[in-house]
Design a protein around this ligand. Structure first.
Ligand SMILES: Cc1cc2nc3c(=O)[nH]c(=O)nc-3n(C[C@H](O)[C@H](O)[C@H](O)COP(=O)(O)O)c2cc1C
Length: 220
């Protein structure tokens, strides 16, 4: 067991894995950590407007690989050879029943001391939802929260020694159909393949490339 790197080192060390060793599994601890990284990600108003499907079996991975045909075929081996593949989905609508479910959880977890606190919390969250409903931007908003979970997962995976490949190169409509997501009020946005890199992972030997700080950061 190697000592995990501090996060300041992980940001420089982690790389997208372009090829996975087939037949590998995550340890139970790693699998549990992946689930915690997703579930514990922060979101605006704590709305948690997401759902994550995780495929570990060949059948589950094949269902996701339905989105990796044609132009996206280059991502198919990553999906099929990964130990686990996460489909990160956004909620396409935030109905009252769902908002009440979140509110009940916050009450159960001890965050809302009384009925007034509960009402205030609901009104603030509902206000955001209504604003985005009026602007037709609910999915845009929920999707931005899902990408926070993506960032948590990519950084966290490196910390727990799991190699990862984020994948936007897939046919999300095909995956939505395969998993029946429209009826569930969900839309797939991005995948993350997780596992162990193979010798064919050309990215492992390449240097990282980023624009310099002077280009992307301005101090005010
Ligand atoms: C949202 C997102 C989507 C990506 N989609 C793909 C993809 O479909 N296939 C792939 O091989 N890499 C994909 N990548 C990996 C990027 O190419 C990679 O993160 C980038 O080149 C920076 O390299 P690094 O992750 O090794 O630091 C994606 C990365 C992100 C963040």
């Amino acid at each position: 067991m190697t000592t995990p790197l501090p996060i300041t080192k992980i940001v420089n060390a982690r790389k997208t894995t372009k090829a996975f060793e087939p037949g590998r599994s995550l340890t139970p601890e790693q699998s549990a950590a992946v689930r915690a990284l997703l579930r514990m990600s922060p979101s605006s108003t704590n709305a948690q407007p997401w759902h994550f499907f995780i495929a570990k079996t060949p059948a589950g991975k094949r269902a996701i690989a339905a989105g990796a045909a044609g132009n996206f075929a280059y991502n198919e081996p990553k999906i099929m050879n990964a130990a686990e593949v996460v489909v990160l989905c956004a909620r396409t609508r935030l109905e009252d029943a769902y908002l009440t479910r979140v509110l009940d959880q916050e009450t159960q977890d001890g965050r809302l001391a009384n009925e007034e606190a509960r009402t205030n919390q609901h009104n603030v969250r509902k206000g955001y939802v209504q604003k985005h409903e009026a602007a037709g931007s609910v999915l845009n908003w929920t999707a931005r929260q899902v990408y926070i979970a993506l960032g948590f997962l990519l950084l966290g995976a490196a910390e727990i020694g799991v190699d990862a490949c984020p994948i936007e190169g897939f046919d999300c409509k095909a995956v939505d159909t395969e998993l029946g997501l429209e009826a569930k009020g969900l839309a797939s946005l991005v995948l993350v393949a997780l596992g162990s890199k193979s010798g064919a992972d050309f990215n492992a030997a390449l240097p990282k490339s980023r624009l310099p700080e002077s280009v992307v950061i301005t101090e005010l």
